[in-house]
Design a protein around this ligand. Structure first.
Ligand SMILES: NC(=O)c1ccc[n+]([C@@H]2O[C@H](COP(=O)([O-])OP(=O)(O)OC[C@H]3O[C@@H](n4cnc5c(N)ncnc54)[C@H](OP(=O)(O)O)[C@@H]3O)[C@@H](O)[C@H]2O)c1
Length: 294
């Protein structure tokens, strides 16, 4: 019998790198598939197979997935462009991956989605995530869906956003800073992927993965200020102003903030009911404070 091969689509990304590291450490044979596979920057990079692949190109997708026993789809698109839409990556792409997985008789497919994925959302991004989940399950019924909250690491993701914003002389708050968030350590989400691969009962299930503690945005900012040992004035800024700013920034080729991200900050972003959680995977997730202090 050949060794199980796990292919991580988007394995060079922020979360993808954690997943690849986790699986390599656990002894899996891992293949990273993305458009620029040379960007693999892992200590374990020598034991990882790298394959060029665009999930929108079915031929390259089939090549990349060939021989896989499990597939993790951690491909992301945060800013639409004139030629690339959320629907293409998160709906059509997710479905192509699922179709390919079914045709190849792959055992497990894990789709990384996002917390609060809903077809009713005002955000085009969030709606695409919800439709992508349905599209994937339509062709690969047992797709396991993981919906992480805002990802973080000691100096990455949500923590680096907090580091940046707390450098400003006055910190603008999203509204009054009362939106509830549950930032999650990317390493914990990678551990969840690992557990799902090893627990057949997770096939076809959905998990919402939030960190160990819920905070308001203002509390997150204060945690970072406290950690840095500095003080800053904070300025509550109505969401209308953030939308105007996002509209202005959309003129840039890589906007640092877009309309969909503002909508995400308008709504509480915590693990909901009706889905599995870290507890069902026997994982105790770190809180934002744990991550900042690590
Ligand atoms: N970051 C967060 O806070 C957060 C929160 C909730 C959910 N998520 C979800 O978690 C997943 C991973 O997010 P991330 O932040 O780690 O993303 P990321 O750092 O932006 O990485 C995206 C990955 O996708 C690959 N990729 C992009 N387009 C591709 C295509 N057409 N074909 C093949 N590969 C492609 C990229 O490599 P190439 O450019 O080389 O192709 C890269 O490896 C996504 O589903 C995201 O929506 C993220």
């Amino acid at each position: 019998m050949t060794d199980p091969l796990v292919t991580v689509l988007g394995g060079t990304g922020f979360l993808g790198s954690f997943i690849v590291n986790e699986l390599v450490k656990a002894g899996y044979t891992v293949r990273v598939a993305c458009r620029h596979p040379e960007r693999v920057t892992l200590a374990a990079s020598e034991s990882v197979e790298k394959v060029g692949c665009d999930i929108l190109d079915e031929r390259s997708l089939s090549r990349a997935l060939k021989g896989s026993t499990a597939i993790i789809n951690a491909v992301a698109l945060y800013n639409e462009t004139r030629t690339l839409t959320f629907d293409q990556i998160h709906v059509d792409g997710a479905q192509s991956v699922a179709r390919c997985a079914r045709e190849m008789g792959v055992d497990r497919l894990i789709l990384i989605s996002g917390i609060g994925a809903s077809s009713e959302s005002a955000s085009k991004y969030v709606r695409a995530r919800a439709r992508g989940e349905v599209a994937a399950r339509k062709v690969f019924r047992d797709t396991t869906i993981l919906r992480p909250s805002a990802l973080c690491d000691r100096h990455g993701g949500f923590v680096s956003a907090l580091e940046m914003v707390t450098q400003l002389p006055v910190i603008p708050l999203f509204g009054r800073g009362t939106t509830q968030l549950q930032p999650v350590y990317a390493g914990d989400v990678a551990a969840a992927v690992h557990r799902c691969i090893e627990m057949p009962g997770t096939a076809g299930k959905t998990f919402e993965l939030g960190g160990g503690k819920t905070y308001t945005y203002l509390e997150c900012v204060n945690l970072m200020l406290e950690h840095k040992g500095t003080r800053r004035a904070k300025l509550p800024l109505p969401f209308g102003c953030w939308h105007a700013l996002a509209a202005l920034l959309s003129l840039l080729p890589e906007p640092p903030l877009n309309r969909d991200q503002v909508i995400l900050m308008e709504n509480d972003n915590v693990a909901g009911s009706g889905c599995g959680t870290f507890r069902d995977l026997s994982i105790e997730p770190l809180s934002l404070q744990d991550v900042i202090r690590r």
